[in-house]
Design a protein around this ligand. Structure first.
Ligand SMILES: Nc1ncnc2c1ncn2[C@@H]1O[C@H](COP(=O)(O)OP(=O)(O)OP(=O)(O)O)[C@@H](O)[C@H]1O
Ligand SMILES: [Mg+2]
Length: 270
């Protein structure tokens, strides 16, 4: 193997694979360079998390990811005093670490977090770029290589769980959706090892299943599930079994809805 192909393999390993759909990589990079926070929105399994890990690696910055949930408080992000060996010691949370050390802090499903989190995010996401740590009395100024990225899924967003205008209007924003068929085929093939032709058939099937969204399904089948399906098929599982386990069961518990999905699958592969 030549040294240049060895090097490109090496860099492939370091940078998680992400297939761009539009100008999202340029937008991310500009937002990073101009010190602007970024908001990503889109359905489950469409590549938001992969995109952020890819961009963090491309920019060579550490990534601090937090999956937000309804118990997540500001202290979970900023840090707290912990008892260690009989002494209380301040321990930075992931947001504080990203501000202190430089790096990308990614708050996934940010709408789930408790209200007090926005109090911390506001001074950090306008031109002040400040993180006040009340408990330690510090006021941290974010370095040039700090970036805040948040994401959420507007699909199952609860009215009480949307972001306030004063929060969302602090971010540059980008909508994600399932990739166009040719791109999704390449992604599924690359992720699963199944041939492009066979992935193409799965992607066409997905389009049909996604058309059924809204009638009885909360959300269309994700790219993630297509990757699962192709992975099982590549490992030798019969198509009908693989599709039921990945494109039907995870989508609905309702027998009629499941039957509707299976019908579409039989019409394609049956
Ligand atoms: N553009 C893409 N390039 C490469 N892989 C992709 C892309 N889009 C989706 N994938 C594949 O789909 C999987 C799911 O993507 P990811 O976890 O980033 O979704 P997500 O949008 O963060 O979903 P959630 O909202 O549920 O967290 C990835 O692990 C990857 O295999
Ligand atoms: Mg994600």
């Amino acid at each position: 193997m030549s040294s240049s192909s060895a090097r490109s393999l090496e860099s492939d390993r370091e940078i998680p694979y992400y297939h761009a759909v539009g100008n999202e990589c340029e937008l991310f990079e500009q937002a990073y360079r101009q010190h602007l926070p970024l908001l990503l929105k889109g359905p489950t399994g469409c590549g938001k998390t992969r995109f952020v890990s890819h961009m963090a690696a491309r920019l060579g910055k550490p990534l601090f990811t937090v999956s937000c949930h309804d118990d997540l408080t500001a202290a979970d992000l900023t840090g707290r005093y912990l008892l260690q060996g009989g002494e209380t010691r301040w321990v930075d949370g992931p947001l504080t670490r990203a501000v202190r050390e430089g790096g990308i802090c990614y708050l996934d499903e940010v709408v789930e977090a408790r209200k007090d989190v926005t109090v911390v995010l506001h001074p950090l996401t306008d031109d002040r770029r400040l993180l006040p740590l009340e408990r330690t009395g510090e006021l941290l100024e974010a370095p040039d290589d700090f970036m805040l990225v948040v994401s959420y899924n507007p699909g199952y967003q609860h009215i009480l769980k949307s972001l306030k205008p004063s929060t969302r209007q602090r971010f540059v924003a980008q909508t994600f959706d399932f990739p166009p068929p040719a791109v999704e085929r390449d992604i599924v093939a690359r992720e699963s090892g199944l041939s492009a032709d066979r992935c193409s058939a799965l992607v066409n099937l997905a389009a049909r299943l996604r058309d059924m969204k809204g009638q009885d399904l909360e959300e269309g089948v994700s790219t993630r599930l297509l990757v699962y399906c192709a992975t099982l098929i590549a490992a030798g599982m019969p198509i009908m079994e693989a599709t039921r386990a990945t494109l039907v069961e995870p989508l609905s518990d309702d027998e009629d809805v499941q039957e509707g999905l299976m019908e579409a699958i039989r019409a394609t592969f049956g």
